[in-house]
Design a protein around this ligand. Structure first.
Ligand code: SAH
Length: 336
């Protein structure tokens, strides 16, 4: 049976019309799902009995549940259980500008980045749009808050699950859906360039972040196997095209790993690579896990070198090292 949260409003309208119901019934259903937040069709009290029967016969609700929660003052980390007993993570961060949720897009990940905990568990399957939506709904309900910002930076590679991710964005962005503004949504990719072009063509005003982590092919390929398929030249060329076409600024994420990519020379190399691009670099202090990589102690030096070279740069605020905040850590710890 299909999950009811997997439908865009127009898709639901079409199905209802084809089954001799009214187009406006779709808006009513959306209102129950996304505004009133009910968890069964019986609760949709303004619908006719025939329609409730039709919905019950053809669609199901998600029953995602909270398996584990780790909390700090400024961060809540959730391990969530899916219908098929797979688990995923979502992390809520309280910022001064709002409540930002980091969601997962796949169960596991096939990108196999050397420093990343998520890739230790291979991809089992893609998440459906409904399962991404329910990360928001379950956590808003659990905490009684409204999520204002969304980052697709949890477990998985969003552009390796392109169609479902695009559908998800459309549903949550819709005024009758959860209504999170495009500019408050950020998709992060390891750099699958054909999908960056597709994303550009759809042009949703959604922010795009690229996990770069190295400014030369030798180092980047050793950290991120995807670079052997889409190398830096290909990636930067694609980003130039993206910026020219959309007029939007790009974020480059750069994890600082001790003695790997944090030298003065690395900072110069990165500055040279990005010179003249409408972008900024988000330096990420590494969250240590059980692998060989260590957190850099040269974050501020690296920052200063980029600044001096006229690259816009920020340092990501560190959240909850107490709560196994490294990407995929909660899930991989729970599997040991
Ligand atoms: N696959 C996508 C999105 C998920 S990863 C991507 O690659 O962008 C989200 C970000 O977290 C990436 O920049 C990733 O490199 C980073 N990340 C992974 N493990 C980390 C760790 N242990 N500490 C800090 N950042 C990490």
């Amino acid at each position: 049976m299909k999950n009811i949260y997997n439908y865009k409003l127009e898709e639901l309208e079409k199905i209802l019309i084809e089954n001799n119901f009214k187009k406006y019934n779709a808006s009513q259903i959306y209102d129950w799902l996304y505004q009133k937040r009910v968890s069964s069709f019986e609760e949709m009290t303004n619908l006719k009995k025939e329609l409730i029967d039709f919905l019950n016969t053809n669609f199901e609700f998600n029953n995602m549940s909270v398996l584990k929660k780790e909390e700090d003052a400024d961060v809540k980390k959730y391990l969530l259980n899916l219908n098929d007993d797979n688990t995923i993570e979502a992390v809520l961060m309280f910022h001064n500008y709002g409540n930002s949720l980091c969601i997962s897009t796949q169960i596991g990940c096939n990108m196999n980045c050397a420093f990343c905990e998520s890739g230790k568990l291979k991809k089992i399957r893609d998440l459906e749009a409904s399962e991404m939506i329910n990360q928001i709904l379950v956590i808003e309900k659990d905490l009684g808050i409204k999520i204002t910002h969304l980052v697709l930076m949890g477990i998985g590679e969003p552009f390796d699950n392109f169609e479902n991710v695009m559908k998800f964005i459309e549903i949550i962005n819709h005024p009758k859906g959860i209504n999170i503004g495009s500019r408050h949504i950020t998709v992060s990719t390891c750099g699958i360039t054909p999908k960056i072009i597709k994303f550009m063509e759809i042009n949703k005003q959604v922010n795009l972040a690229i996990s770069l982590h190295a400014a030369n092919d030798e180092l980047r390929s050793s950290l991120m196997p995807i670079n052997k398929v889409y190398n830096i030249n290909n990636l930067i060329g694609t980003i130039k095209r993206y910026i020219e076409t959309t007029n939007r600024r790009i974020t480059f994420e750069y994890i600082l790993l001790k003695d790997v990519n944090d030298s003065y020379e690395s900072a110069l190399e990165l500055s040279k690579l990005l010179r003249g691009l409408n972008c900024y670099v988000n330096l990420i202090p590494y969250n240590e896990t059980k692998n060989k990589f260590k957190k850099s102690d040269k974050v501020m030096e690296f920052y200063d070198t980029l600044k001096k070279n006229k690259i816009q740069v920020t340092v990501r605020r560190e959240f909850g090292s107490k709560v196994s905040a490294a990407c995929g850590q909660l899930r991989s710890n729970s599997k040991e």
